[in-house]
Design a protein around this ligand. Structure first.
Ligand code: GDP
Ligand code: MG
Length: 169
């Protein structure tokens, strides 16, 4: 059975874009509308082993966006689903949006992730859209030991993140 890695974060930060890049699939819908992914989506991430053979290394779960803002029935359902994904996962990723900057919802999700007591990595996405290339310093105060700055759509920093995930499995 493959270990599970859950990709958490508020809507529109780029979770599905990273999911598609790592699983090389179109399984997750990428959309400009926040909250486009309405369910958990699973994909297998494959790496090359020492002999150059493709080897499945973990399952990635694209959570539908933890939305703590609304209390309508659909949002509550999504939050429950995302909690379930965090429960079953071995490693938790929190993705934030460097172009938008720090958002209070990021801190709420970070607290939920910390409460799980599992290996966790902060993924600062959309660095291509940041002038000067340095993310908001507030991200460094979210309490993560490990932070990766990348661009899910361009691919910069993604191999380094993949190596970091594998080291935590
Ligand atoms: P999700 O709601 O977290 O799954 O976010 P999506 O993957 O659907 O992406 C939301 C929007 O952000 C889409 O328009 C993506 O093309 C865009 N996006 C994702 N990653 C990047 C990135 O690295 N850089 C930039 N500039 N845009 C990105
Ligand atoms: Mg999505």
């Amino acid at each position: 059975k493959l270990p599970i890695v859950a990709l958490c974060g508020r809507p529109n930060v780029g979770k599905s874009t990273l999911f598609n890049r790592l699983t090389r699939s179109r399984a997750a819908l990428v959309h400009d509308l926040p909250g486009m992914t309405r369910d958990r989506s699973y994909g297998r991430v494959t790496c090359l082993d020492e002999a150059g053979e493709a080897e499945e290394v973990f399952q990635l779960v694209d959570t539908g966006g933890l939305d703590f803002g609304g209390d309508d029935i659909i949002t509550r359902g999504i939050t429950r689903i995302a909690e379930g994904a965090m429960e079953e996962a071995h490693v938790l990723l929190l993705m934030v949006d460097a172009h938008d900057g720090w958002n209070p919802v990021d801190a709420e999700i970070a607290a939920r992730i910390r409460a799980k007591g599992k290996p966790a990595i902060l993924v600062v996405n959309k660095i291509d859209g940041v002038r000067g290339g340095s993310p908001d310093g507030a991200f460094y105060e979210l309490g993560f030991d490990e932070i990766h700055v990348l661009s899910a759509s361009h691919g910069d920093g993604v191999p380094e993140l993949l190596a970091a995930i594998r080291a935590r499995l």
